[in-house]
Each structure stands twice: as C-alpha cells, then as structure tokens.
Design a protein around this ligand. Structure first.
Ligand SMILES: Cc1cc2nc3c(=O)[nH]c(=O)nc-3n(C[C@H](O)[C@H](O)[C@H](O)COP(=O)(O)OP(=O)(O)OC[C@H]3O[C@@H](n4cnc5c(N)ncnc54)[C@H](O)[C@@H]3O)c2cc1C
Length: 404
C-alpha cells in the first residue's frame, strides 16, 4: 500500500516518511521500474500521521519569497571548473565547509557505479561529489547521520535535488534538530532517471561491449573533454575504450529523452523560483543574455541565493569567483517555471522495457526522444546564441496540450 499517495506521481521517493516513522512501520520498496515508494505495515502503524505531515509533496510554497538574487559564476580556480559540471560553485561551498571542520552530504558513484548520497569529511571523499550524476540517488541512509552531525554541532552542507532537500529539511524540523549550522544547496532539476535503467545500461556495456578481462574505472556524465556545452558521458576502462559505443548509445541521451524519469518529476513542486534551499545551482547556458566579463568556455554556474543564510555564505565565497549579477529574465530557465513534460509514449516505454529481454533494443528505440524533444534539442544551441531561448521556452509552455 502506498502511503499518502493516490498515484505514483505524488511521491518523490525522498524517504522522509520512512525515516520519521518512530515504529519502523514504513519500508521503501522498489517498483518494477526501479523507483522506491513507501509501504506501510498496518500491524505496526500507530496512526500518528507524521509520515503524511513530513511529506515534501504536501507543502505549500506560496508564502515563500520567489525573488532570489541570481548570479552567473565561475570559480577562479580553473582546475575546479574543469572537474565540475558547470562553473564549480559546489567546490567553493565544499571547500568552505571543510575549512569549518564540517561535513558534506553529496552524490557519488560507489565502487559498482551505483548512485548514492554519501557523507564526506575529507577532500578526497568530497571530490567524488563533483559532476552531476543523472540518476536518482539512494538517499535513505543519510537522514540519521545528518541529524547526528547537527546534534554534535558540526557545520553540514547538504546537496541534492530540491525534493530531497525539502524532505530532509522537514524531517529535521519534525525531529526538532537545531539547523543553525545546516546549509542546503539544491539544483535546478530536469528530473531523475531510474537507477535500475542506469544499472541495466552498465550491464549491457559490460556484457556486450567490454572485454571480460577489462573493467570500468571511472564514469563522468559531465565530461568537458570535448566542450562544456555538449554534456558528454565519458566512461574510462582499465585497458580499452568504448568511446564509439557511447557516442551512439549514451546514457545522457537516455536521460534527456525523459522516458526513464520518475513519474513525480513531471509534476514537480519545485520547478519555481521558490526554493527549499539556501542556494540553488544550475548551468548558465544562456551566456548571450548577459555580458559576462570572464571566460565561459569551461562552464558557468547559475547561482540562486534564496535565504539570508545563503547570502551570508555567498558573501564569504564570492571573492574566489568571477561573478555577474543576473536579472530574473537573464537567469530564466524552463525548470524554474515548469516541470519537464511527460513523453506521450512514457507508459509504452515502460511496458516495452519491463517486458523485453532485450533492454538495449528498447533503449535505442526510445532514446532519440519524442519528435518535440528532437526539435528542441536541435534548435536549442541556435536559440541560445540568438537570445531567443527564453521566448521559445515560454512559448513551449503555453502550447496547447503542453500545460500541466
Ligand atoms: C538530476 C539532475 C538534473 C539537473 N537538471 C538541471 C537543469 O535542468 N538545468 C540546470 O541548469 N541544471 C541542472 N542540474 C544541475 C547542474 O547539472 C549542476 O549540478 C550545476 O550546474 C552545479 O554545477 P557545479 O559545477 O557547481 O557542481 P559540481 O561540482 O558538478 O557538483 C555537483 C553537485 O550536484 C550534486 N549531485 C550530483 N548528482 C546528483 C544527483 N543525482 N542527485 C542530486 N544531487 C546530485 C552533488 O552532490 C554536487 O553537490 C541538474 C543536476 C542533476 C543532478
């Protein structure tokens, strides 16, 4: 039985409910697509209702300010920028946290390249959080550690998707944890793909394209080897390479097609300037809309400062970065206004995918995206260059049948 959710679109999988439950009546269980949902053991449930109240899908953000300060930012340390998704803002936040003797919660690949939220308190642990992993992270285990760290008076930097940040923040509030030393940083979010599809994808590579005596040694979904703007997937092997396979069959394309995204991502509560975090990070692609006085080739972060705490932290870091203030219009992005659109053949994809023994064939069939996605992908670079991206994005949102 699903808790508090009429349909799967009502659950973002943050696991705040299972963590808040004082009688361990809630377990997160995986569905056939690889998304986790809460299940209640009615024999244990004491009907305290805390699971429903803590849920970040139940909150009303309308009272919150929707007027963040917005900046384009590039970390002055080019090595940091090269190793990051965009302009390396996360590295500045992480370095500051470590300098305070604090800990960072971020998303890394584990040894089997599964995507997990982990705790980092050394430079080498924290470096693994850099670059976006376009897969839903397993976050369930960090709740108690964050609480313990805050109870022990440590500075904590928590990063994640907006729904994850909201879930943990609400959990801490319900547990009456002092959050004076908690700094939260979410990302502008396109949606999170199923971890199961990512793990199937790795298996396909291993069984069909990687020699039995070879192995994957690193994965980077935001490699800047070719250029920042191409969002390249780079998978390094111990001996050979599979560049040509990835060029043709890239997980990044699968991510962008949206067929593998969590159902709730198409109904996201957080695709707005109202954020659940102190600081929000994104990619600042539309450099043409602002006159940036610094080099943008290696990547630029878009930074939203949402709270007083976020502003105080930003003020301590901004001397180590090139920054340019942006208006809301200049910093506009689709996912600050509306959720990703569910592809029309979303259900058909999952039926094909779960029933087929040839997962690769199904992924290849759907990864091109819907005709609309293909047109957008083709036109985006031109629209960005000509400054028409924002207008096109706004028009797309009001297309008949597209609103929702
Ligand atoms: C699933 C996803 C979708 C995104 N969609 C957009 C978008 O539509 N538009 C946009 O402008 N930006 C988007 N971003 C944000 C963007 O990719 C960069 O995270 C942002 O530019 C920050 O760059 P950086 O150089 O400061 O961070 P980096 O140094 O690259 O640090 C990456 C940060 O992201 C966190 N992170 C990595 N993987 C995940 C994950 N799976 N879930 C949660 N947190 C994660 C890490 O913990 C770290 O804090 C998305 C990120 C993710 C993870």
């Amino acid at each position: 039985m699903f808790l508090n959710t009429k349909t799967k679109k009502d659950c973002c999988g943050c696991s705040a409910c299972s963590n808040i439950c004082s009688v361990s009546a809630i377990t997160m269980k995986e569905d056939r697509c690889g998304f986790f949902y809460p299940h209640i053991n009615n024999d244990l449930c004491v009907h305290c209702d805390r699971c429903r109240k803590v849920c970040p899908m139940n909150i009303d953000l309308t009272n919150q300010t929707a007027d963040p300060e917005i900046y384009a930012l590039r970390n002055q340390n080019s090595a940091d920028v090269k190793q990051s998704s965009s302009g390396g803002m996360f590295s500045l936040l992480a370095q500051w946290t470590l300098s305070q003797g604090g800990v960072i919660y971020g998303v890394a690949f584990d040894d089997a390249f599964r995507v997990k939220h982990l705790r980092g308190k050394t430079v080498s642990e924290v470096l693994k959080f850099r670059t976006s992993k376009y897969v839903e992270s397993d976050i369930s285990e960090v709740y108690l550690h964050i609480k313990d760290d805050l109870d022990n008076g440590l500075v904590v930097l928590l990063t994640g998707t907006p729904c994850q940040i909201s879930g943990i923040s609400r959990y801490l509030k319900f547990r009456h944890v002092c959050t004076d030393k908690l700094y939260t940083c979410d990302n502008i979010c396109h949606g999170v793909p199923s971890h199961k599809v990512w793990e199937d994808y790795l298996n396909i590579l291993k069984t069909k394209y990687i020699a039995p005596d070879d192995e994957i040694i690193s994965v980077n979904m935001r490699s800047k080897k070719v250029s920042w703007k191409e969002k390249q997937l780079d998978i390094s092997l111990k001996n050979g390479n599979i560049d040509s396979i990835i060029k043709d069959f890239s997980f990044n394309r699968i991510f962008a097609s949206l067929y593998t995204a969590r159902p709730s991502c198409f109904h996201c509560h957080y695709t707005s300037y109202r954020r659940p975090s102190d600081i929000t990070l994104g990619d600042f692609w539309t450099g043409e809309t602002a006159e940036l006085s610094f080099d943008t080739e290696q990547g630029v972060s878009e930074v939203l400062i949402n709270t007083t705490k976020g502003r105080e932290l930003f003020n301590q870091l901004k001397d180590r970065a090139d920054i340019c203030p942006l208006s809301k219009k200049q910093g506009w992005q689709p996912h600050l206004e509306y959720s990703s659109r569910q592809p029309k053949k979303y259900q058909a994809f999952w039926s094909d995918y779960t029933e087929s023994s040839d997962k690769e064939a199904v992924l290849r069939k759907y990864m091109k995206g819907s005709p609309m996605t293909r047109v957008i992908r083709l036109l985006s670079p031109v629209l960005r260059k000509t400054g028409l991206y924002n207008l096109a994005g706004k028009l797309y949102n009001v297309l008949p049948g597209k609103k929702g």
